[in-house]
Ligand binder design. Sequence first.
Ligand SMILES: Cc1ncc(COP(=O)(O)O)c(C=O)c1O
Length: 317
Amino acid sequence: MLATEGRKVWMDGRLVDFDDARVHVLNHSLHYGVALFEGIRAYETTQGAAIFRLSEHVARLITSARVYHMTIPYSAEEIARAVVDTQAANGIVPSYIRPLVYRSEPALGVKTLKGKVSLAIAAIPAKKYLGAGSEDGVRAKISPFRKPHSDAVPSFAKSAGNYINSYLAGIDAMNDGYEEAILLDVNGYIAEGTGENVFLVRRGRLYTPGLESDILLGVTRDAVIRIAGDLGYPVVEKLISVNELLTADEAFFTGTYAEIAPIKEVGHYTIGSRAPGPVTSQIMEAFRRTVRGEESKYLDWLTPVPVGARAAARARK
Ligand SMILES: Cc1ncc(COP(=O)(O)O)c(C=O)c1O
């Protein structure tokens, strides 16, 4: 359970007490999984708290909602401001911020386009999704649960319903003593983790699955592609077989919650000779500096969170 004392949740334009952030049990999203969400992080930077790649997360949320026929009744700028306000009102750093778009009115029947589209935003203390010590390497299992093909459910939309698949794979891996599952696409190529994208390193080059493997196009993935390229490691998007992963020099997960986590073992196979490997270490360090505002060329990825009077005034709304 989450500690809720003094916390606020932004709901349709108002900051309400955490325990008052409720929905009706017959809301459409709860029954059919038709809700869209984001996972965003705020970090402590050299200039105070800042939100990482806010505009990219907001853009993905709007796209996801559009795929599911929902028009969010706020502009991108208003959503971004609401995320900043939620962060400011809660003052938790590092935090994990969760905007959720859903139909809030009671409605049964799958084929509904009616009902109010609502936006809620919560912020909770950020933890390590793959466990304490994940920066030293995690053990992953190739999941018996495959990713659904995007012709069935589009992977590029971050919909709540997609996560019943992540849930099955994640619990299966956990029950077998692994920190994470690696899901294959319907053709048996590497897709992604339950909440992360996958990269591998071979002879100084980076490889990662592309959209044809039914992945979520991760915001961290995008940041790592840019950072790695700037460090002199071009990233190739391609179909990746299990064999390529098992024989890689290095492999790692990327995700907002997981950040960058080296993969040290897949099933009974050790990946490379040590985790994190040298290329992964270099990228992890550059990423660490980036999210803390220490890399001038990526400073525009950080949205500062105002403190003091402005934030307090907004929080009182
Ligand atoms: C299924 C899945 N793939 C990949 C990612 C990584 O995406 P991001 O880096 O935007 O957090 C996530 C996390 O949101 C995810 O849930």
